[in-house]
Design a protein around this ligand. Structure first.
Ligand code: G4P
Length: 524
């Protein structure tokens, strides 16, 4: 197959949701359709369970298992579908943000009863930074929840996207009868726990067709007709608008009942983008360029503390990656070759001879890689668009064992490269500040420093609202940094950040310094 055919065959995407909306269940149903797993429960058992929030060792163990499901690939209607798994646990949101830089599109799962939730908001915001095409799946229609129009309003109002419903629910909860598939003009009747092949689908091109009343009754038929008439307030579906991120198709269903999932998958296969060109610091790179390039978006530590090797996940962006071939590690200016590049397909790991744009492979790494690193065939360029986000919790970290300061710094450095947390150095006193999304990471760092590096850490509490990256005219930045010395730190790349104690401080400083721009992500 030619490179172009390989590229056009691939659809690489992520599924995101607030915990419990049904991401794992939906993933599992998609894998069942693709024949990648045979029984339900295979993915579920790898899920980081919500009940173990205080038991971080258990979470780390489960994260170890979930390496195997980092990329779940399967074939469906002659397409190679790659689902990049994102941790559902809110404390690992940074992992999810980074994984989203490696996808070409995403599916957002929303619970009809809960509507748009905190994590949904954050994750959609990250997707919107890159105009990632989004499809929404409104889940749990077998339960009572918000009115379908209200959920669309909420998605538009809270997430700042335009929606186009492509299926429409008939009733909900115990009165849920099915969905009308606007995209295919057919009615799918709901049967709890049906295998998709058993669910009844009736083609109804015209809603005045008697068949409609026969299947769902006069009252629901009338409501459906009225609802669909009201839907004309939404724009018509145009694939180009979806691809540019302007509109988001919405489907309704029930993942656990495998209902409405196939409709969405079929539409996804038709419309979702193949691997797209990506930006580097020197030029955009097209996937069909003959030379290989890719970037590391995630690093996972080996779960065995005796071996400190890690797995770096590489997204291929152009050309063909080949095993045992010399490639340039751009940041380190050195050539590297890989004898065991690994593909993670559902529960199996296999060594691959070659991989194509859109694919993700795992590279065994003994400490060479950092998140964001680029590999090429020789060209010096770096993929951009892999930002870090302002953490939400902060602590000062100190070496608790003066005899082991080397191990302390080495351990911290490596854990930060892996993206476990972010580190800032306060300019005033050179103290190191660790910033995380969730409190759990502090425990993870403490544990891993001790067990993997033989170093002990001590934390000091630090009350901060945000760390905001600052930009502006170089002289003005210099003056601002000198004036606010107490509140300035440097990130790992040496860029200045403003440490705001409260939202009020941040707002006041913004007002007093209109010459400085403040950012909540490192790429601005
Ligand atoms: P997540 O990955 O987004 O965190 O969610 P997950 O799929 O684990 O689903 C969370 C809960 O919601 C699960 O129940 C799951 O069975 C249920 N669920 C998923 N889809 C639907 C649906 O369409 N309708 C209904 N009623 N429930 C749904 P659980 O009790 O937490 O787990 P389990 O014991 O069922 O496995």
């Amino acid at each position: 197959m030619s490179l172009i055919d390989e590229i056009n065959k691939r659809k690489t995407f992520g599924i995101v949701s607030h915990p419990d909306a049904g991401k794992t269940t939906l993933t599992e149903k998609l894998l069942l359709f693709g024949g990648a797993i045979q029984v339900a429960g295979a993915v579920k058992s790898n899920k980081i369970k919500k009940t173990t929030t205080s038991d971080f060792m258990e979470i780390e163990r489960q994260r170890g298992i979930s390496v195997a499901t980092s990329v779940m690939g399967f074939e469906y209607r002659n397409k190679q579908i790659n689902i990049l798994d994102t941790p559902g646990h809110a404390d690992f949101a940074e992992d999810t943000f980074r994984t989203l830089t490696a996808v070409d599109s995403a599916i957002v799962v929303v619970d009809i009863a809960k509507g748009v939730e905190t994590q949904t908001r954050k994750l959609v915001k990250v997707c919107r930074m890159r105009d990632t095409p989004l499809i929404f799946f409104v889940n749990k229609m077998d339960r009572e929840g918000l009115d379908a129009f209200d959920i669309l309003d909420q998605i538009e109002g809270e997430l700042g996207v335009k929606v186009v419903p492509l299926s429409w629910p008939i009733g909900m909860g115990s009165r849920f009868k099915g969905v009308y598939n606007i995209y295919e003009k057919q009615l799918s009747l709901f049967k709890p726990h049906a295998k998709q092949s058993e669910s009844e689908t009736i083609i109804i091109k015209d809603l005045s067709d008697d068949a409609l009343v026969k299947h769902i009754g006069e009252e629901d038929a009338q409501t459906l007709r009225e609802d669909l008439e009201m839907l004309t307030i939404y724009p018509d579906f145009a694939k180009a608008d979806y691809l540019s991120g302007e509109i988001c198709p919405v489907f309704f269903g029930s993942a656990v009942n495998n209902f409405g999932v196939k409709e969405m998958l079929d539409c996804f296969v038709d419309i979702a983008p193949p691997p797209l060109p990506r930006q580097t610091d020197v030029r955009p790179v097209r996937p069909d360029e003959p030379t290989f390039s890719g970037f590391v978006f995630k690093i996972h530590a080996n779960m065995d503390p005796k071996h400190r090797d890690r797995i770096a996940f590489l997204r291929i962006c152009s050309g063909e990656f080949k095993r045992n071939t010399n490639y340039l590690h751009v940041r380190e200016s050195k050539k590297m070759k890989f004898s065991q590049p690994t593909a993670f397909m559902a529960s199996q790991k296999t060594i691959v001879e070659s991989a194509f744009p859109g694919d993700v492979i795992g590279l065994y790494d003994s400490g060479n890689f950092k998140i964001g690193d680029t590999l090429t065939e020789g060209e010096v360029m770096r993929y951009t668009g892999i930002p870090t986000f302002s953490p939400e919790q902060f602590r000062i970290v100190e070496n608790a064992d003066p005899m082991q300061y080397k191990k302390f710094y080495k351990g911290l450095d490596q854990l930060m490269d892996e993206g476990v947390a972010q580190m800032f150095t306060r300019t005033l006193d050179n103290k190191r500040i660790i910033g995380t999304v969730g409190a759990l990471q502090f425990e993870v760092i403490q544990y891993r420093m001790e067990h993997e590096y033989g170093a002990r850490v001590r934390y000091e509490p630090l009350r901060l609202y945000k760390a905001a990256w600052i930009s502006g005219d170089a002289d003005k930045i210099k003056a601002f940094v000198a004036r606010r010395k107490r509140d300035i730190a440097l990130d790992k790349k040496g860029h200045p950040v403003f440490l705001a104690e409260t939202q009020w401080t941040l707002n006041t400083v913004k007002e007093n310094h209109p010459e400085i721009a403040f950012h909540f992500s490192s790429e601005y």
